[in-house]
Design a protein around this ligand. Structure first.
Ligand SMILES: Cc1cc2nc3c(=O)[nH]c(=O)nc-3n(C[C@H](O)[C@H](O)[C@H](O)COP(=O)(O)OP(=O)(O)OC[C@H]3O[C@@H](n4cnc5c(N)ncnc54)[C@H](O)[C@@H]3O)c2cc1C
Length: 290
């Protein structure tokens, strides 16, 4: 399959890219790693009038730590994140989830900004942004604004980014030392998108008392979701096996998945329960291990 005709631009600054977006009035698409956009164009499910290539703009790919927060330039490749020693040390949950994004060639080209802007609810990075309480920085003709996951993700493949805005940075607070973590997902074949994925992080003091729990979904609804009521069970009642089971049952009640060709809504709910328990058990076993 070949894409429909399109104009091609390779701006060298973000400002130039924003001006081009404005010039095409919502009919242009930004090109990052191309790993989602190009298949859509080849199947003619997307027919942008123009591609605005972000790949030659310098300074959009970096990983910095500033005041307990990791900052990722939007064009940072997934593979760079997977092998970053800083990410492994400060955000091991992200390192674990990144290894599950597609296959090696996809991660070599795919970017963190592209994955989050694409907003596939089954993707790992939107779930990471949600689980880790992150935010994104969007830049447009009126300057920069910061968006939380709840403000950014609107529905399947849909965000609140304006047609003339570029996601320029992803910010994720570093995980507390000693936090237990796990990302569990179920997919039919290695490298496929998850049917459901669950990110878990637990922090405990004095043995089993849980001071903070995080649970977030991928693939269990139109947007990634924090499972706050399930987290509260863990924070209130601890991290014993019966409490983990109770939190997992609550997690399944909280999600509202749709049925599609891959799985029914009921199956996805059941997966949410099973994977939440699995992720929590692995997270608890890892606590204090960093
Ligand atoms: C076979 C296959 C399997 C895959 N499996 C998985 C998987 O298991 N998990 C997973 O998460 N992903 C998977 N992917 C998708 C992959 O992770 C993509 O890299 C990612 O979804 C998009 O990132 P990209 O950099 O390639 O963006 P692109 O494809 O270039 O762009 C995607 C969309 O985001 C927009 N965009 C890109 N960058 C920006 C920006 N900075 N600001 C605003 N908008 C922007 C584009 O205009 C486009 O609409 C798979 C892809 C393939 C082909």
């Amino acid at each position: 399959m070949k894409p429909a005709r399109f104009d091609y631009h390779a701006p060298t600054t973000v400002e130039e890219a924003i001006a081009l977006l404005a010039r095409y009035g919502g009919e242009a698409k930004l090109l990052a790693g191309g790993q989602s956009l190009m298949p859509l164009m080849n199947f003619r499910l997307a027919r942008p009038a123009a591609l605005i290539d972000l790949n030659v703009i310098p300074g959009l790919a970096y990983i910095h730590e500033d005041d307990g927060q990791l900052q990722f330039g939007a064009m940072t490749r997934q593979r760079t994140i997977e092998f970053s020693s800083l990410v492994r040390r400060r955000l091991p949950l992200l390192a674990e989830a990144t290894a599950l994004v597609g296959h090696l060639p996809i991660r070599t080209r795919g970017t963190i900004g592209g994955s989050i802007a694409h907003a596939d609810p089954s993707a790992e990075y939107p779930a990471m942004l949600t689980a880790l309480d992150g935010s994104v920085v969007a830049r447009g003709p009126r300057g920069e604004r910061m968006l939380t996951p709840a403000e950014l993700f609107q529905s399947y493949l849909s965000t609140s980014l304006g047609p003339d805005e570029i996601l320029v940075e992803v910010r994720l607070p570093a995980m507390p030392a000693g936090a237990g973590f796990a990302f569990e997902e179920f997919s039919r074949r290695h490298g496929d998108f998850a049917i459901v994925g669950i990110a878990a992080m637990v922090v405990a003091a004095e043995g089993q008392r849980c001071t903070s729990a995080r649970l977030a979904t991928a693939g269990a609804g139109p947007v990634p979701t924090r499972l706050r009521a399930a987290e509260e069970i863990l924070e209130r009642e601890g991290l014993s096996e019966p409490v983990i089971e109770a939190a997992a049952r609550r997690a399944a009640e909280l999600v509202e998945p749709d049925s599609d060709i891959h799985a029914s809504a009921a199956y996805r709910k059941n997966l949410t329960r099973v994977l939440t328990a699995r992720a929590l058990r692995r997270a608890v076993a890892r606590m204090g291990g960093r």
